[in-house]
Design a protein around this ligand. Structure first.
Ligand code: ACM
Length: 529
């Protein structure tokens, strides 16, 4: 009944009643997630009292994030390793309640939980979802909504892709043109074959907004990992500060077209200092140990054709200017390490050989992750073949209006991040992550449609042991889980039955009326939290 599937679930006879008299007890940092996440949907105040029937117990002997949920007619006990475990135990309780107890505004305050014992803990410590907020800017309130959705599925990493050719979304106080100029592009492509819409698109998050997002996510068990892309995918930054470019390759407007750009930063000493200014601010906003520096799809063309880059490579003792990116990434790795952080990069960071100390995010294929793990690097498995949910979810002509290829829910479910790895290398796999690039994802409704239920399947890949589970059995649990997504108003893809437009919806992507348009994209109000 629960997604992702727990390690063990033992049903017992009877039910436990929650009502207005229910009180809670336990260590403050473990009770807080319970009250915060269970209170709004159930309408229960969940006051503290020593005679509580809902108890949270700290058990430091349990591995990180592990927990036990024990429900008897008299008592509910959540035994938790740490605050994250208390979040996950509470999410399990929420899924055991009727779907209407999930979303705020319940009209009743009496609920029944089935008696049982769940022993649970994750297969992987990195269970991520990457959201590209560049190709389409996502209003802050939509990110809050996604954080809630991810936490329900026991995801613990929100990887925010904050900068790219098509925009810069991080307020940078030392170099403000990055967001004030690089934050807006003249137009967008409306589909893989065009045309462009002729409408400026922009937005950025202030540092204070991002700090509050980080805090909101942390309360829900989620670490926000920022990604600031260098040395490629930098046309927005080059538009703002042309002096960062390889000489002769200035850019005069933020890129509208998707795809791989030839533009890269020069990597000279001044551009390195500039980039470190940016990361200094990034570290002030994001406490995450892991900091993603991009590193994918940086063609060597401009460096190799540039006499200045050749001279720079020679001065640095590199074989040729094609190695400037590697040199640059090593500087970032060392700079981050001096500050107690770890560099994460897309798997291209290992194209000149494994980059010791870095975390490789294997996107081009699992074999990239296998090679990095065998070379002793920590790895996050994020291959296009199974974890890119901007790919289309079916071959139906309407749904194929997406990027590139097909990834069905079944394909997402079948992915094993540890395939082809011996035990030593498998220990290097921190976990797995799904990706939502947003070239053709203009709003939260489309994002939800592409994520769910594929991200339900991926959540189970990330959390649950493969032994004892199957796509067929997952499908039975998913049928019940869909009622939860519906109760939360999440615009998931129907896994069975007619597509949205065949149900009288407003288009292929959506069953209900359109979400209200995002107001004032450049000046976001703080959501009430
Ligand atoms: C990527 O999809 N270029 C990481």
């Amino acid at each position: 009944m629960i997604i992702p599937k727990p390690r063990s679930l033992t049903p017992a006879a009877g039910t436990h009643r929650l009502d207005a008299t229910t009180t809670v007890d336990g260590p403050a940092e473990l009770v807080a997630p319970l009250r915060r996440l269970l209170g709004p949907g159930t309408g229960l105040a969940l006051e503290r009292s020593e005679a509580a029937t809902l108890r949270v117990v700290h058990e430091p002997a349990l591995p990180a994030e592990h927990h036990v949920v024990e429900i008897t007619p008299e008592q509910v006990t959540l035994t938790c390793a740490d605050p994250a475990a208390a979040v996950w135990a509470t999410q399990t309780l929420r899924q055991l309640l009727p779907p209407e107890a999930l979303s705020a505004g319940a009209t009743r305050t009496e609920w029944e939980l089935p008696c049982l014992r769940v022993e649970d803990g994750p297969r992987f410590g990195w269970r991520g979802v990457m959201i590209d907020v560049v190709r389409h800017f996502m209003p802050l309130r939509d990110l809050y909504a996604l954080v809630e959705q991810l936490s329900l599925h026991k995801y613990n990493v929100l990887h925010l892709h904050l900068t790219d050719d098509q925009g810069w979304r991080f307020e940078c106080r030392s170099h403000p043109r990055l967001h004030t100029v690089g934050g807006t592009r003249p137009e967008s492509m409306v589909g893989p074959d065009g045309p462009t819409d002729g409408t400026p698109h922009g937005g950025w998050y202030t540092q204070d907004q991002l700090r509050s997002l980080v805090a909101f996510a942390a309360e829900r068990g989620i670490t926000v990992v920022p990604e600031i892309e260098f040395a490629g995918h930098v046309e927005a930054a080059l538009t703002a500060y042309p002096e960062l470019a390889v000489p002769g390759h200035a850019v005069d407007r933020v890129r509208s077209a998707p795809g791989i750009s030839d533009y890269v930063i020069s990597t000279d000493d001044a551009s390195l200092a500039f980039v470190l200014d940016v990361f200094t601010e990034v570290l002030e906003v994001f406490p995450s140990t892991f900091v993603h520096v991009g590193g994918d799809e940086a063609p060597r063309t401009q460096w190799l054709a540039s006499p200045e880059s050749a001279a720079l490579a020679e001065q640095r003792g590199l074989p040729d200017a094609g190695h400037l990116q590697r040199w640059f990434t090593e500087q970032l790795r060392d700079w981050l390490a001096e500050r107690g952080r770890r560099l994460v990069g897309w798997d291209e960071i290992c194209d000149e050989g494994p980059l010791p100390g870095a975390v490789a995010m294997a996107w081009r294929g699992p074999e990239k992750g296998v090679a990095a793990a065998r070379a002793g690097l920590d790895v996050v498995m994020a291959p296009v073949t199974a974890t890119y949910f901007d790919y289309y979810p079916s071959e139906l002509p309407e749904e194929r209006r997406c990027i590139f290829g097909l990834t069905t829910t079944e394909q997402a479910y079948a992915f094993d991040p540890l395939a082809d790895l011996d035990a030593d290398s498998a220990a290097r796999v921190l976990g797995t992550q799904c990706q939502l690039w947003t070239e053709y994802v203009p709003d939260l409704r489309r994002a939800e449609y592409l994520l769910w239920p594929r991200a339900c399947a991926h959540a189970e890949v990330a959390w649950s042991d493969p032994a004892g589970r199957s796509f067929e059995e997952f499908g039975q649990r998913l049928a019940a889980h869909v009622a939860r997504l519906d109760a939360l108003g999440i615009n998931h893809r129907p896994e069975a039955g007619p597509l949205p437009h065949q149900q009288g919806g407003t288009g292929i992507w959506q069953r209900g009326p359109s979400a209200p348009p995002a107001e004032e994209p450049l000046a976001l109000a703080e959501p009430g939290v």
